[in-house]
Write a protein that binds this ligand. Structure first.
Ligand code: IMP
Length: 197
């Protein structure tokens, strides 16, 4: 049976651990590696899909496609309904500047706490094509930070159907339902079925 290699364009070990957990559902079909030497060029855009695609196009100019190897770059965003989708494509910047406390402050007294976490994957395929795969997870913003697991916005994001935040879940539980899980499962199915060559 073919084993496919997934090379992640990230230095975030949390992301690698989650992708490994998600893809372990497919036994040993996928091997996950990280290549922190590949740089994600961040363009300014309103859509994380455009950011992921553009950043992967830049990488495709310098990386030679390899047999059975998929290079994957991820861009994520937390879209809060009551804030018109903010921080969305600015999630990383807002995390570094306002932080979780700042986001909770913006949500002070706001009744509608609905939000969506989105993941956009820019993928360089073995034949050298750049493709896009997406996944999302609906949920709500917690009243306060809860939990020690995960990373980023996990302590303030409660997925739909749950009363606990991503940070209060085990990695296995988060990886059943997260935006990342949906995107990587779609990617895995497209690879296995031979659609993404
Ligand atoms: P990036 O585009 O993957 O860098 O993600 C944008 C922002 O969302 C960063 O601040 C990340 O820490 C955060 N983020 C991405 N994925 C997750 C997640 O699964 N849980 C919580 N925060 C995340």
């Amino acid at each position: 049976m073919t084993q496919f290699k997934i090379v992640l364009v990230t230095g975030n070990v949390n992301k690698k651990r989650e992708v490994e957990t998600i893809l372990s559902e497919y036994d040993s079909t996928f091997m996950v590696e990280m290549d922190p030497t590949l740089r994600k060029v961040e363009i300014q855009a309103d859509d994380i899909a455009d950011i992921a695609r553009q950043a992967m196009l830049e990488i495709s100019r310098i990386v030679k496609p390899r047999k059975d190897t998929y290079i994957v770059l991820e861009d994520d965003g937390l879209y809060i309904d009551a804030l018109g989708g903010f921080p969305g494509p600015y999630s990383e910047y807002v995390y570094r500047t306002l932080g979780l406390d700042g986001v909770l402050k913006l949500m002070n007294g706001v009744e509608n706490r609905s939000a969506t976490f989105r993941a956009a994957l820019g993928v360089l395929t073995p034949s050298g094509k750049v493709e896009l795969v997406q996944g999302s997870c609906r949920g709500r913003i917690a009243e306060s930070k809860r939990g020690k697991g995960g990373f980023g916005y996990d302590p303030i994001f409660i997925p739909s159907g749950y009363d606990i935040t991503f940070a209060e879940m085990s990695i296995e539980e988060k990886c059943k339902i997260s935006h990342r899980a949906k995107a990587f499962r779609t990617l895995a199915d497209l690879i296995i079925s031979g659609v993404l060559k």
